[in-house]
Design a binder for this molecule. Structure first.
Ligand code: NAP
Length: 566
């Protein structure tokens, strides 16, 4: 355990703290800050050696956020958002991690975070209304509430290829990159995977490697990010009206104030107007291109206009027509996560880069120094797997969560995830998730979604403390209705048809459920606010006997009454 971690004070009644939070990324840190300010005693467990979550683990070369930093940042503190200065329009991983560390230090968060501490099991006692959380180092902590802030893209996925563990060279998954820099100079390197991560890491490795083999199963659409130094005039402008920018972000569909909300169909304009709209977004850079029109992701014909534009741009860059054919995606644009890059397509004009189609010729085995397909063998000294994640549910199901004498999360989700507002699962009282399945989460600026969920949870716990309640559970009917709504909204779009990680299609055997909510963060927030105003409609509350709940209620109540948060 690190120097920063402080032991949980043991309470006389066996309750160690009010809330256990699992994960110290953007979500866990803000939870700790908010709940602490409300007077709750909070303990955070983090598997990593330091705080940062996604931005701690994904330290591969080229890792960068594709939401502009002035927006991909906390809004809860005016001082913080004014004082922090982003050096680039889209910050890279090292800078985002520095920002997260700054937040942890500035708000004195580290003293309640146990690092190097993976949570393995959590059990709810239905009599005492209390969770006991067990960690890998053998510690167990009892808390009234357990909150999963373990991230949507944190359970890494390695392909099931025979021989992978026998590979003699160094191999890496991009989300478990070593802290020290890795030098590929003079090496033959293979990269497997061409999603958002592969598209970022491939140009960087190509600059160093003697030869780079890119093993591609699915060609993806990528838009140049057009990153650069943060423009001081833009920074001044945003900071002068940050409250308004943040409000706009919270109320719009994407959680990004800088993204317009399209009102026109791609089919209702002339070809010249359409071209101009796409061209402007192409030049602006990043993932807003499919928002040029309001039907790109719902109408196949409209979608084809955007796809054709991007493919044409890509083919203008790539010199070899055979390689261009291989890099041409065949699915509707935007139905798998749109990628954003810095120099991706030009990388394939380099003499030291070979694109290998593993859709047609899958990797059959990995040997000492080779990657073997049905038709060829590639000699490599190092392998990089940019093969993605068991998204949205992987990190939740990695913990054995359940109720004593009752159901486990794994049982409840055997046929796929279902959660009321992405927050709670019927059958698992006092357990919350931040940006769980059924919330906008990965389809939004996730920091905006995180702040919304954390605020909702914090207000809900404060309200429970006010009322002397010690148990909350999502109603099964409300959950069912919400899950139905989530899939109805998804089914109106082309996204539901794609074999993407949004539906679990990237994981063999994973039940196919479209997991994120497509209704947008503004609509979702309004709905959650209405649920709260309506006495937390769809949730049931109760109290344990006075002796057991008094402890939690008294500590929190004195602070909740004068609810002065940030
Ligand atoms: P991903 O989008 O799931 O891509 C994984 C890649 O690995 C795909 O090309 C996939 O091919 C391939 N792959 C997986 N299993 C394979 C196998 N057994 N054999 C061969 N190829 C295999 O994962 P990711 O690139 O890590 O990105 C995940 C998400 O993280 C993104 O969608 C995005 O939301 C986020 N992200 C964001 C940024 C950013 O902000 N710029 C950067 C990185 C990641 P198939 O498509 O054929 O399955």
């Amino acid at each position: 355990m690190s120097d920063h971690a402080s032991p949980v004070p043991r309470r006389p009644d066996g309750v160690d703290c009010d809330v256990v939070v699992i994960g110290a990324g953007f979500a866990g840190l803000y939870l700790l800050h908010r709940l602490r300010r409300l007077g709750f005693r909070v303990k955070v467990f983090e598997a990593g050696e330091d705080v940062g979550g996604t931005w701690y683990w994904n330290r591969y070369p080229g890792a960068r956020c594709d939401v502009e930093s002035l927006e991909y940042s906390y809004s809860f503190s005016e001082e913080l958002q004014q004082e922090w200065r982003w050096s680039e329009r889209y910050a890279g991983q090292p800078e985002i991690l520095r920002y997260i560390h700054h937040v942890a230090d500035r708000f004195d968060l580290r003293r309640d975070i146990a690092l190097n501490t993976r949570v393995e099991r959590a059990r709810f006692d239905p009599e005492a209304h209390r969770w006991t959380v067990h960690t890998a180092p053998g510690e167990s902590v009892s808390a009234r509430f357990c909150i999963m802030a373990s991230g949507n893209l944190s359970a890494a996925r390695l392909p099931d290829v025979p021989g992978i563990r026998d590979f003699r060279g160094r191999w890496f998954h991009t989300s478990a990159w070593p802290k020290e820099s890795v030098d590929f100079t003079g090496l033959r390197v293979g990269v497997v995977g061409t999603g958002s991560t592969g598209i970022q890491v491939i140009p960087k490795i190509a600059e160093q490697a003697k030869h780079l083999y890119v093993f591609q199963r699915t060609a993806n659409y990528s838009i140049p990010l057009r990153n650069g130094p943060q423009d001081p005039a833009i920074e001044r402008d945003v900071k002068s009206r940050y409250a308004q920018v943040r409000k706009q972000a919270r109320e719009c569909p994407s959680g990004v104030a800088g993204f317009n909300v399209p009102t026109q169909s791609a089919l209702a304009v002339t070809p010249e107007e359409r071209e101009l709209a796409y061209q402007q977004r192409w030049e602006w850079g990043g993932i807003g291109l499919t928002r040029a029109f309001n039907d790109v992701i719902v109408n196949a014909e409209a979608n084809r206009t955007a796809a054709a534009f991007v493919v044409r741009k890509m083919r203008e860059v790539i010199k070899d027509p055979t390689v261009a054919d291989m890099l041409t995606p065949t699915y509707p644009i935007g139905t798998k996560r749109l990628c954003a890059d810095t120099g991706y397509y030009p990388t394939f004009n380099r003499d030291n880069v070979t694109l290998v189609d593993i859709r047609r010729n899958p990797i059959e085995a990995i040997g000492d120094e080779t990657v073997r397909t049905a038709h060829a063998s590639y000699e490599v000294d190092a392998l990089v797997f940019a093969t993605g994640f068991d998204a949205m549910t992987g990190a939740l199901l990695a913990v054995d969560i359940g109720v004593n004498g009752g159901p486990t999360l794994r049982e409840l989700w055997a046929d796929g995830p279902s959660a009321y507002l992405g927050l709670m699962v019927a059958g698992l009282p006092n357990l919350f998730m931040v940006t769980g399945p059924g919330s906008p989460s990965v389809l939004s600026n996730v920091v905006v979604s995180i702040e919304q969920h954390v605020d909702f949870i914090s207000d809900c716990l404060a309200s429970m403390a006010d009322k002397g309640q010690s148990r909350i559970e999502a109603d099964a009917q409300a959950q069912q209705a919400w899950s139905r709504h989530v899939s109805e909204v998804a089914n109106q779009s082309l996204l539901a048809t794609a074999a993407s990680w949004y539906t679990g299609a990237n994981i063999p055997g994973k039940p196919r459920v479209f997991m994120p909510y497509m209704g947008g963060v503004g609509v979702f927030r309004a709905l959650c606010d209405e649920v709260a105003r309506d006495g937390y409609r769809g949730f049931s509350f109760s109290s344990a006997d006075g002796a057991r709940s008094a402890d939690f209620n008294s500590s929190a109540k004195e602070h909740c009454d004068g609810r002065a948060v940030v």
